[in-house]
Design a binder for this molecule. Structure first.
Ligand SMILES: Cc1ncc(C[n+]2csc(CCOP(=O)(O)OP(=O)(O)O)c2C)c(N)n1
Length: 325
């Protein structure tokens, strides 16, 4: 049985949390608290909110360079996530992962990953381990349209289909890989890639959290029952820059009219329209307070001691050799 449909207000809360988190993170990039910039997830919130609502807490996700929304939707603490972005030792990973490598095993986030496409084999490996261990847990991989021609992604589709690995493949097609249009980089189609391996695939409205939830719930059910992977191609739109670097460099690869048209279907408004106005206002206020606390927590945290830079490099506890720093 699929999980019952989530409370529309709670789905809205997740979308609002991610939207507000990204707005604050961009401000912290501007003020220099977050160094090096981020890849904002703004506009794509429905994918993370809807898909994670269909997962159990003990299911796992793997994520991308644009992963803040996934980490938050799976249940990580926004304050510790913000501290992670700011490189503080109070962060989820003691400030060592940062925006593109945040992980929180406690809530099933195996990690964001800067390597385009890497989320796919890692999720499939986790899912295969679950199945071999006799568990009904599933793994879900997020990846962009820029990842769909990576060799490792296509190799994973093959094995996942062949071995009926309980993995859900969520492609967020936001129309661009950096500044390259999907139509200029993807031969054939994304759904066609899955179909070629016999993987059931569906096109999903990635601006609608409930549509994403429904499609993911079906895919999760299939995975849990032993029937193997499903690919969901979620059509979405990135409202902000590929990377905050664009805020100053201002490359011109899409027109203002195009961005305005993309912003017209806003997940925040789509889900917000489904709940009573007062409830929405209450959630907005609670979210703002939570995020204000998150920013204060992040700014108050200490930076890690440089002398500990080589700690935690090996899962075995092995030490880096002396003099390596
Ligand atoms: C293997 C690899 N190749 C290239 C890059 C450089 N790179 C970073 S983000 C990006 C575009 C990714 O596009 P997409 O997967 O569609 O995700 P989006 O940025 O649109 O969310 C590229 C090419 C990388 N990080 N990893």
């Amino acid at each position: 049985m699929a999980e019952p449909t989530p409370d529309p207000a709670e789905l809205y809360r997740t979308v609002a949390l991610i939207r507000g988190f990204e707005q604050r993170a961009v401000e912290l990039v501007r003020s220099g608290v977050i160094r090096g910039g981020i890849h904002p997830y703004t506009g794509q919130e429905a994918v993370a909110a809807g898909s994670c609502a269909a997962l159990r807490r003990d299911d796992v996700v793997t994520s991308t360079h644009r992963g803040h929304g996934h980490v938050l939707a799976k249940g990580a603490d926004p304050a510790r996530m913000m501290a992670e972005l700011a490189g503080r030792s109070t962060g989820l990973n003691q400030g060592r992962g940062g925006s593109m490598h945040a992980a929180d095993f406690g809530v099933g986030v195996l990690g964001a990953d800067a390597i385009v496409g890497a989320a796919v084999p890692i999720a499939a490996g986790a899912a295969w381990a679950f199945r071999r261990g006799g568990s009904d847990r599933v793994a879900l991989a997020y990846f962009g349209d820029g990842a769909v021609s990576q060799g490792v992604v296509l190799e994973t589709f093959n094995l996942a289909a062949l071995w009926r690995v309980p993995v859900v493949l969520v492609c967020e097609n936001n129309g661009f890989a950096t500044s390259m249009r999907t139509a200029d980089t993807v031969a054939g189609s994304i759904l066609g890639r899955a179909e070629a391996f016999g993987i059931p695939a569906a096109a999903v409205d990635g601006a609608d959290p409930e549509a994403v939830y429904a499609a993911t719930a079906e895919a999760v059910l299939r995975a849990r029952s032993g029937a193997g992977p499903t690919l969901l191609e979620c059509a979405t739109y990135r409202f902000d820059a590929h990377h905050t670097w664009e805020h100053t460099a201002r490359p011109r690869y899409r027109t203002e009219q195009e961005v305005a048209a993309g912003r017209a279907r806003d997940p925040l408004e789509i889900q917000g329209a489904r709940i009573p106005v007062e409830r929405r206002a209450r959630i907005d206020a609670e979210t703002a307070a939570l995020l204000d606390d998150a920013v204060r927590f992040a700014e108050a945290g200490p930076h890690p001691d440089p002398a500990t830079a080589l700690d935690h490099l090996y899962a075995t506890g092995m030490r880096a050799r002396a003099g390596a720093l």
